[in-house]
Design a protein around this ligand. Structure first.
Ligand code: G1P
Length: 277
């Protein structure tokens, strides 16, 4: 089964400067919780308890977040504020967190390949923390939906959603044969196409389940769009030789890699999750 999840978190987060000058973008809080913690919680809900982070320089705060903090815990003991640490303490106590560094920025495919030692030889999940995915109330999260599909099909799966034509240049875009409502078998995929080159309006969002043969493919994948090793190109090879599925998930995605999406997510979480608690 899927027991591990990789978080590529080496990116600079330049859109959020100066906020991200000394702080990783993945630690920016959506209301009172860092973006990356939402992703970890989503994976835990999908039954995953081993986490690997592909980090870079300036990302130490992520390691610290998933570690105990003696001084803080000691200081707030008996003050009635202990429960504010409950969600993160729970994660720390019940999961393992491993870190490796990507010392050059050579693209998402390269970042995933850098995480190979943390993953080993079984199928694994990848979460891009920038994409905050929230389920419909009472429904399973996106990754849990994908894991259920993996149990049935045993091949790589990417999450997709429809995007307007003028946004295809921000995403990997797929073409596929419909297997059933919301599920496609991928026949083509293009990284960040102009609208006129996009094979559809179905864009990959930051959730992947990958079978481990992806590593050998990535190792021989030449740099593609923007001179970077693209996971999209490696997945296309996998799709041509076997099967890769694209799944139109149920839930909401916020593009927290952009200021607009981040503000939208903050308002949504404040109104629907934080205040409702
Ligand atoms: C990456 C992938 C792209 C995907 C996107 C989802 O792009 O390369 O295929 O659609 O994540 O967020 P990035 O956003 O890192 O440029």
């Amino acid at each position: 089964m899927i027991t591990k999840c990789l978080f590529p978190v080496a990116g600079y987060g330049t859109r959020f400067l100066p906020a991200t000058k000394a702080m990783p973008k993945e630690i920016l809080p959506v209301v009172n919780k860092p973006l990356v913690q939402y992703g970890v919680e989503e994976a835990v809900e999908a039954g995953i308890h081993q986490f690997g982070f592909v980090t870079g320089r300036g990302k130490r705060a992520i390691e610290d977040h998933f570690d105990i903090s003696y001084e803080l815990e000691h200081q707030i003991q008996g003050t009635g504020k202990e429960d504010r640490l409950a969600s993160i303490s729970d994660l720390i106590n019940n999961n393992t967190f491993a870190f490796t560094r990507q010392n050059q920025m050579k693209g998402l495919g390269h970042a995933i390949l850098t995480g190979r030692n943390l993953v080993g030889d079984s199928a694994f999940a990848v979460i891009l923390a920038d994409d905050l995915c929230l389920p419909e109330p009472g429904e399973p999260g996106v990754l849990a939906q994908m894991v259920a599909l993996y149990k049935q099909f045993r091949c790589s799966i990417v999450a997709i959603e429809e995007v307007p034509a003028d946004e295809t240049h921000k995403y990997g875009v797929i073409a596929g044969e419909t297997m059933k409502d919301g599920l496609y078998r991928i026949t083509d995929m293009v990284e960040k196409p102009a609208p006129e080159d996009a094979p559809s309006n179905l864009a990959i969002i930051g959730r992947y389940l990958l079978t481990p043969d992806i590593f050998d493919i990535l190792a021989r994948t030449e740099p593609g769009k923007n001179g970077e090793v693209q996971i999209t190109d490696a997945l296309l090879e996998q799709a041509k030789n076997g099967c890769v599925l694209a799944y139109q998930f149920k839930g909401r995605r916020f593009d927290c890699g952009s200021i607009d999406g981040f503000v939208e997510a903050t308002n949504y979480v404040y109104e629907n999750i934080y205040k409702a608690d």
